[in-house]
Design a binder for this molecule. Structure first.
Ligand SMILES: *[C@@H]1O[C@H](CO)[C@@H](O)[C@H](O)[C@H]1NC(C)=O
Ligand SMILES: *[C@@H]1O[C@H](CO)[C@@H](O)[C@H](O)[C@H]1NC(C)=O
Length: 422
């Protein structure tokens, strides 16, 4: 794997302005190049508030757009039959992976169109693949960068720490999402030295966030947020900030042309992931794989817009929230809790089936007081919902025709006895 392909493309994204909580540089503590010191850094607040991001996997693998973004490795290293047959049936005998690069044409790429879709999706940050395992030299750390506050210019393939420093200085990313760490240990990569530089001396030290993939010994252990495994969604509250990096296409991070409708998560699947992730203290990073022509396929666009529509009604229960005492209801399946100020939000994934009345157990303590108010977000009737207390609290749902949300419904519970401390 001595040769590799350089792709340079220009992407301009302005998503939103989140990194507002800036500590003045002179007061900033100095971090030492060891995990104990680096792990003591407080998480810049914009990231936890943002909750939803978009991940983009776009590269030479988008040209064959078959199977997965690991195309090269599956075909050549792992000699996977499916990929060997695909090449045999569709390409000349000695065709090389590198020859795909000339067809990475991006002729329909329109940065404004992408940015519009991302803004409408309700996502607050975007993480781009600047290079990917299959498309690079062996033994180099991959880095994805995110820009949420600014224009991102060139995204280039980068190699090792000196190039990462250059990338940071040039593009001033808000997130460094490193990958491919399993090739070596953090000490081989000089990761702690790099991160101490990033936090102390780089132009983004006050607000940058990094993930946990800095060596095969750091996953789920060190970093501003933990990604653990891909699609990590533990279902229970975590003590450290984490991120669920997942895809809309069930099987691949890169675009693949053979995907069927059933291979894409439904809007409810995705909203259910958002709800369970945020309830347990995570952020969600939703991946799309653009085409080699530079378009986002209509099915992916539709899913992003559907998420955005849901968030435009129910985002109050997501953005800027903190986990509540309970994460999901102990009685009714598919109800996830978040909280903000004196409000507790119950995200109800399934419309109640019994007499239009939903029983909830975990929030009973909030209903000791007759003045407890329950409303449903996006209910055009806008009134307080009736409730009564017995073995559970039973909440009377509004008429379905008066509610805007199509997939999951949020009850806002406001009580004097709300205890939102976790
Ligand atoms: C780590 O740092 C050492 C000493 O400065 C250097 O020789 C080595 O090339 C660096 N390794 C990487 C992967 O950057
Ligand atoms: C609550 O979530 C946990 C973890 O995902 C799950 O095991 C449990 O079954 C859920 N409870 C209900 C009532 O859905």
């Amino acid at each position: 794997m001595a040769s590799f392909v350089t792709i340079t493309y220009i992407l301009t994204l302005i998503v939103s302005n989140f990194a507002t909580s800036i500590i003045s540089k002179s007061d900033a503590p100095k971090y030492e190049p060891n995990w104990e010191s680096l792990d003591s850094r407080p998480l810049p607040s914009w990231y936890d508030e943002a909750k939803v991001g978009i991940f983009i996997h776009w590269g030479v693998f988008s040209v064959p757009s078959f199977g997965s973004e690991w195309f090269w490795s599956l075909w050549k290293d792992q000699k996977n039959e499916k990929y060997i047959d695909f090449m045999k049936n569709n390409y000349p005998e000695h065709f090389t992976y590198q020859e795909f690069a000339k067809d990475f044409t991006a002729e329909f790429f329109d940065a404004k169109e992408w940015a519009d879709i991302f803004v409408k999706s309700g996502a607050k940050y975007v993480v781009l693949t600047s290079k990917h395992h299959g498309d690079t030299l062996c033994g180099l750390l991959n880095t994805h960068i995110a820009g949420i506050r600014k224009t991102l210019g060139h995204i280039e393939i980068l190699l090792i720490i000196p190039e990462m420093k250059e990338l940071v200085e040039t593009y001033k990313p808000d997130i460094l999402w490193s990958d491919g760490e399993w090739e070596a240990t953090a000490s081989y990569w000089n990761s702690t030295e790099f991160l101490a530089w990033l936090y102390n001396d780089s132009p983004v030290g006050e607000y940058v966030i990094v993930n946990d993939r800095w060596g095969r010994d750091t996953l789920c252990r060190h970093g501003d947020f933990f990604t653990c495994n891909d699609r990590y969604n533990p279902g229970i509250l975590q003590s450290h900030k984490w991120e669920n990096a997942m895809t809309i296409d069930i099987a691949s991070w890169g675009f693949r042309r053979e995907a069927k409708l059933a291979d894409y998560y439904t809007p409810l699947d995705l909203i259910s992931q958002i709800a369970s992730t945020v309830s347990c203290g995570g952020n969600i990073l939703i991946n799309v794989g653009p085409t080699k022509e530079g378009t986002i396929s209509p099915i992916l666009e539709e899913r992003l817009l559907q998420i955005g529509e849901w968030l435009s009604i129910n985002g109050e229960a997501i953005y800027g929230t903190t986990p509540w005492t309970a994460q999901n209801d102990t009685l009714t399946w598919g109800v996830w809790y978040t909280s903000k100020g004196s409000a507790v939000y119950a995200i109800v994934l399934h419309w109640t089936w019994y007499a239009n009345t939903l029983p909830l157990s975990s929030v009973m303590g909030l209903f000791d007081d007759r003045n407890t108010k329950v409303t449903m977000l996006g209910n055009e009737d806008d009134g307080n919902l009736e409730w009564f207390l017995s073995d559970a609290v039973y909440i009377k749902f509004p008429d379905k025709s008066t509610v805007k949300s199509e997939w999951a419904w949020v009850l806002k519970i406001e009580s004097n006895s709300a205890d939102n401390d976790v």
